[in-house]
Design a protein around this ligand. Structure first.
Ligand code: ARG
Ligand code: ZN
Length: 850
């Protein structure tokens, strides 16, 4: 296998452009015929005559011709070259007929089958598994598609232009790259609605699902309509076709896909009823529906020149979906949740062998770069840009971006130039956020004399693989100052740091203030400042910035937990009292209180301890965190019963944020009570639950204390025919298994008849849960590592994308002791020696093995 890296520096414009594409699909499970007619013309930007390279993988070529003359060249393993000498000097038509086998496609990339339905996933490079084509995003064309099949529902991109018994024709007038192509054929039913855009276009909205699931689409549809309205109101962007179709499929490698006019979703992010979906599921559905819809402008109308520019569409679209969710819900809670995710996934990635810049410079398999860095850090970079230029300038820049680049395949340079032109700012230093990997450390010291308060910052940009030396970044640091009595004396001000070391002064202060630094998490950095527990408790009580208020409590908890792990300390009354006050403060949003009661995660603690120079012991971290929860339960015991009763939601279930926040706090309290009452309240709550949030929440409380076996049985009986709910049943038992039991639980569940491991959701709910149970996965026996490697080796030949993605459990290897490191190395070596190792998993294991 020749796994040569693709490099950004090697980008060359396409030799030919495409004026139109016409495709015919004769669908049959084992042998689908694809007929293509592609109108090419030489790229005027490239003088001279050039070969035309068409990508194509796993295609059986039946026939091909140029302007009717048969092509004599034959395809190689990755495509077909039409030599310059065999091509006319001007425009020409390439026609081909190929045969593919969607029924045998287990990789879920290209055209494949899921429960008797045909569907596609083309991003990033799946279209080449459908027919011969220049499968690169800078080649854009309008598509016509004819589908021939006996299945009742036949869908493709754009508008349906004609149909008859056994066929349908679709036309997408908007030029698009091949990765946005989609086709669906199946026995489906629609949940439909209508929408009129701001300029008066009537759009038919359909969510296509299997018969029986149509009652579960209401929340997704509602989220779609709110997304369409929001994008008009906030970004001035409206929808541009007569129909917007969404299809839910059970077998899908990722969350969802923004194909033009035909979004395809993992059914997990569409189907929801209060009885089957948790509050977190509802929130994710809302966010992903919005995300894919927003791609219509940020991704489809303006697309990426090449895959190195992936963050151009993903960072911006994540930023937009985060803005949308903050507007729909609590902005403060949303920010805290986003930062929790960023730290758990992106900071972890940045600190290990898989670290890469937001815009990578080389890759072997592009599917391995749909990462937290490209997505979540990509969104943070845009948030910083907005903070630096201001809201009004951001809006102007976005208008200019759409105006200038509509219909184009753009780059990060184009994006930054738009901001420079709109604001007059020089963004050359800012651009380092795109080109340099790693999480900057921000050290802070302060002094106060004669009414002047000085904050001094030093930024340290640690080395990452292949990037030993880093330059100073532009860091927007949002700061506020509080009086010792808790009043805010300096409201939030954004300091713009550009130097390795820089000081900022505040004059005219009567006494030494307490600083609130990095408010709203204004930059994706690690703040390093020696802070006393008293000061943290003070900020937890008084900070007016909700993010930093939460952050103070979080930092306090992490300090306490760190000392419990390293010194065997007990949690002192300071932390317990401060947290107890937050828990029962009815002036605070229940969702905020629930987040404050959530103890630091074990993986997060391992990361923090490692950064502080310790070798984390997963078993000790787990035990300490258990003691921490016990202490909190004991401290709060007198208040918990009343808190739980007061939070009961009367009336019918509402998925909106206010009600969800109350449920979250109620379940946090239930988790603590369960540690005191042996499970009596949780058992009752499980039986009384009329929604999945409480049903699964109560069950989790019981599993945490080693009970809940009977409830697991009841749950399984009740939900055995519901795939999405059964995914939760599998995951829960592993996530909440004691460290000594985790491996055995996984082994038992992988022999369960419902463990359909070829389904990515089910695989993730078992094998993903294994690596999410920190102490279980890192068990000293090495059983967790072995199990994961066994399953990756088994899945890889069938579904390399999902196998590669799940292998990142090994990215934290360097944190741990020599024994664990050696065992992880052995498993990586075993993966690397697998006989049919994919490029996907091979690249990942290779990078983690270095
Ligand atoms: N563009 C999709 C999204 O962010 C992700 C699809 C990625 N798929 C893949 N196989 N790499 O919404
Ligand atoms: Zn996306």
């Amino acid at each position: 296998m020749t796994d040569t890296p693709i490099r950004l520096a090697d980008y060359r414009p396409p030799s030919h452009l495409v004026d139109s594409v016409s495709l015919v699909f004769r669908l049959a499970p084992g042998e689908t015929r694809v007929l293509s007619e592609i109108r090419f013309r030489p790229n005027p930007a490239l003088p001279g005559r050039h070969d035309l390279r068409l990508d194509g993988e796993g295609l059986k070529l039946v026939s091909a011709a140029v302007d009717g003359a048969p092509v004599t060249a034959s395809p190689d393993a990755t495509g077909l070259t039409l030599p310059a000498g065999s091509l006319p000097g001007g425009a020409f038509t390439f026609t081909a007929e190929v045969e593919i086998d969607p029924a045998a496609n287990t990789a879920l990339e290209g055209l494949y089958m899921s429960n008797g339905m045909y569907c596609t996933q083309c991003e990033a490079e799946g279209f080449r598994k459908i027919t011969f084509y220049p499968d690169r995003p800078d080649v854009m064309a309008p598509f016509r598609v004819r589908i021939e099949s006996d299945l009742p529902v036949l869908l493709s991109n754009g508008n349906e232009v004609a149909s008859g018994p056994g066929w349908a024709e679709w036309h997408d007038p908007w030029p698009k790259p091949s990765y946005l192509f989609a086709l669906v054929a199946g026995d489906l039913v629609a949940h439909s609605a209508g929408y009129t855009t701001m300029s008066g276009r009537d759009v038919a909205l359909n969510i296509w699902v299997r018969p029986g699931d149509e009652a579960r689409c209401g929340y997704a549809m509602d989220s779609l309509i709110r997304s369409m309205t929001w994008d008009e109101e906030v970004y001035g962007r409206e929808y541009d076709l007569d129909v917007f179709n969404i299809v839910a499929v059970d077998d899908f490698n990722m969350g969802a896909m923004e194909n033009k006019g035909l979004n395809i979703f993992n059914s997990k992010y569409v189907l929801a009823l209060p009885e089957t979906a948790t509050d977190d599921d509802f929130a994710r559905i809302e966010a992903i529906i919005a995300h894919e819809y927003f791609h219509n402008w940020t991704g489809n109308r303006v697309t990426c020149r090449d895959w190195f520019q992936l963050c151009l569409k993903e960072g911006l679209t994540v930023f937009r979906d985060q803005q949308f969710s903050s507007d729909m819900r609590s902005a403060a809670v949303k920010r805290i949740e986003d930062v929790l995710t960023l730290r758990a996934r992106q900071f972890r990635e940045d600190d290990g062998p898989l670290a890469h810049p937001v815009r990578p410079e080389d890759y072997i398999e592009i599917n391995n770069f749909y990462t937290a860095t490209v997505y979540e850090k990509g969104a943070e970079v845009i948030g910083m840009l907005k903070r630096l230029v201001g809201d009004e300038a951001y809006d102007r820049a976005l208008d200019l971006y759409f105006q200038r680049h509509d219909g184009q395949a753009a780059t990060i340079e184009d994006w930054l130039t738009v901001f420079e032109d709109a604001t007059g700012r020089d963004l050359s230093q800012f651009k380092l956020w795109y080109s340099e990997a790693g999480t900057p450390r921000l050290k802070v010291s302060d002094r106060f004399e004669a009414g002047r308060y000085t904050l001094e910052f030093e930024q340290v940009n640690p080395p990452t693989p292949d990037q030993p030396v880093k330059r100073p970044k532009v860091i927007p640091i949002a700061v506020g100052l509080l009086n010792p009595n808790g009043d805010e004396v300096v409201p939030t001000t954004v300091l713009e740091m550009t130097e390795p070391r820089q000081s900022f002064t505040f004059d005219g202060l009567a006494s030494r203030p307490v600083p609130s630094i990095l408010r709203g998490f204004s930059a994706p950095v690690v703040l390093e400042r020696e802070t006393s527990p008293e000061e943290r408790a003070f900020l937890l009580a008084h900070d007016t910035d909700p993010f930093n208020k939460w952050e103070a409590g979080r930092a306090l908890a992490k300090d306490v937990l760190a000392r419990m792990v390293t010194e065997g300390a007990q949690p002192g009354p300071d932390w317990l009292d401060a947290l107890a006050r937050v828990a029962v403060d009815d002036a605070l949003d229940p969702a905020f209180r629930a987040l404050s009661l959530r103890l630091p995660g074990e993986d997060d603690m391992a990361h923090t301890l490692h950064s502080a120079g310790h070798v984390p012991d997963p078993a000790r971290i787990h035990a300490a965190r258990e003691r921490m929860a016990e202490a909190l339960a004991q401290r709060l015991e007198p208040q918990l019963g009343a808190l739980i009763d007061a939070l009961a939601e009367p009336g019918p279930f509402s998925p909106e944020a206010r009600a969800a926040g109350r449920r979250a706090l109620r379940l946090a309290a239930l988790g603590l009570v369960t540690r005191r009452d042996g499970g009596a309240r949780a058992e009752a709550a499980f039986r009384a639950a009329n929604n999945m949030t409480e049903e699964v929440g109560a069950l989790a409380c019981l599993l945490e204390i080693g009970r809940g076996q009977e409830e697991l049985g009841l749950f399984e009986t009740r939900w055995s025919r519901d795939r999405l709910v059964m995914d939760k049943w599998f995951a829960l038992q592993i996530l909440h298994a004691a460290p000594d039991q985790t491996g055995a639980t996984v082994e038992r569940l992988t022999t369960h008849p419902a463990f359909e491991w070829k389904n990515p959701n089910r695989f993730r709910s078992v094998i993903g849960a294994l690596s999410a149970n920190h102490a279980g996965f890192h068990h000293a026996s090495g059983a967790g590592y072995r199990l994961l490697a066994d399953w990756l080796i088994r899945l890889d030949p069938l579904n390399p994308q999902t196998a590669a993605r799940m292998s990142t459990a090994f990215e934290t290897r360097a944190r741990y002791d020599a024994d664990r490191q050696a065992m992880m190395v052995a498993e990586l070596d075993r993966i690397l020696a697998a006989p049919s190792l994919s490029r996907d998993l091979g690249e990942m294991a290779g990078r983690m093995r270095r």
